[in-house]
Design a protein around this ligand. Structure first.
Ligand SMILES: *Cc1c(COP(=O)(O)O)cnc(C)c1O
Length: 377
């Protein structure tokens, strides 16, 4: 099956009990046993597993070409499970631009757990090799990165990491499994915030981890943490996420069409200083993105000409674009990123981040244009 078919069918089937075309939501937290204590079905207790979570995990594993999946209550809970699965004395090497919440949690909880977290510019081979000389247990890649839209050459970094004895995790949230398949590029684990494009409608918080090797000791520990620590999504959240995935291909297709057009429009706009979008030929990661991604994605960031005050004016001027954080949903969102990241942020003060949705591109373009020209609300 091709990706567009898999998103509709993977992990689901017609319900054998009723013929329902859509899976039922199983709210049960406990599952009965027979007279000899044997379980009647594959599940025993809701935190350990339940039908809706198994369906979502099977679907996501199939989409990423993974041997196994584990769903979590958020993308951050999934990331935290990886951290908890490491041991004191292990090191993590992260790319220098990383989703802010994960960077912060790795630093905070890593330090408490005796895990050293270092950062390097993964586009700089010498800097990467120097950082790998410290023998980190895990290399943490995000590509494209959030919010600078840097592109990391996943195959090249994974090969160097492997040679240095490190496992590799790729946060594939921005790309989605339809645009980028990190396990095929040499990664060991994939992370998703299903909150974003997979669920896709800004109405579910969730996360997932996917593994190339189901038998690895790290994956066994991650499974224990999922079941015993219990940061798991509810059956309804799993159902909603799986329902969202069904339209992933059409949503991503429409959003990327819009993003390509808007990135070109912004790049030519006099009120814009710079545009970060891997689909633009002038983007430093353009060639790598063309190689490792089917399409350049639906996230754009740009620098407003005139500094932070100009960025704030653009933000105030939009009517259709919603001023909100998050990404990958059907609504187009605009965010002034630095204040959202807080006082430690290194994001440029005049950077605006766009999560391009599936509305009519002319409406999106006209609204941005008016805001950029200073025609306020
Ligand atoms: C949102 C996001 C996360 C965290 O997901 P939550 O569900 O908000 O915890 C992790 N990585 C990336 C790239 C994200 O955009």
């Amino acid at each position: 099956m091709r990706g567009r078919t898999r998103v509709v069918h993977s992990g689901r089937g017609v319900d054998p009990a009723t013929g329902a075309v859509v899976p039922p939501i199983h709210l049960a937290t406990t599952f009965a046993r027979g007279p000899d204590g044997e379980l009647l079905g594959p599940d025993q207790y809701g935190r350990y597993s339940n039908p809706n979570r198994r369906e979502l995990e099977a679907c996501l594993a199939d989409l990423e070409g993974a041997a196994a999946a584990a769903a979590f209550a958020s993308g951050s809970a999934a990331a935290n499970a990886v951290l908890q699965a490491l041991a004191a004395g292990d090191g993590i090497l992260v790319s220098d631009d990383l989703y802010f919440g994960i960077r912060k949690n790795l630093a905070l909880c890593g330090a408490r757990a005796g895990i050293q977290v270092d950062a390097a510019d993964f586009a700089d081979a010498a800097a990467l090799d120097a950082a790998l000389a410290a023998r980190p247990a895990l290399v943490w890649i995000e590509s494209p990165t959030n919010p600078l839209l840097k592109v990391v050459d996943i195959a090249a970094v994974a090969a160097r990491a492997r040679a240095a004895g490190a496992l590799v995790i790729v946060d594939n949230t921005l790309a989605t499994p339809l645009l980028q398949r990190p396990l095929a590029l040499g990664a060991d684990l994939v992370l998703h915030a299903t909150t974003k494009a997979l669920a896709g409608h800004a109405d579910v918080t969730g996360g997932a981890l996917l593994a190339r090797d189901q038998a690895s000791p790290l994956w066994a520990r991650i499974g224990e943490i999922q079941r015993l620590a219990g940061a798991v999504p509810s059956p309804f959240e799993c159902w909603l996420a799986l329902r969202g995935v069904a339209t992933l291909a059409v949503r991503v297709g429409a959003a990327v069409d819009n993003a390509e057009a808007l990135a070109a429009f912004l790049a030519a706009h006099p009120a814009v200083e710079a545009v970060h979008y891997p689909g633009l030929p002038g983007h430093p990661g353009h060639a790598v993105a063309r190689r490792q991604m089917a399409r350049p994605g639906s996230m754009i960031s740009f620098l407003a000409r005139g500094g932070e005050a100009a960025a704030r004016r653009v933000l105030a001027g939009v009517r259709l674009w919603i001023r909100a954080t998050s990404l990958g949903g059907v609504h187009s969102l605009i965010e002034h990123r630095a204040p959202v990241e807080g006082p430690e942020s290194t994001t440029p003060r005049n950077l605006l981040r766009l999560s391009v949705g599936i509305e009519d591109v002319e409406d999106l373009r006209e609204d941005l244009d008016r805001a950029l020209r200073g025609g306020g609300a």
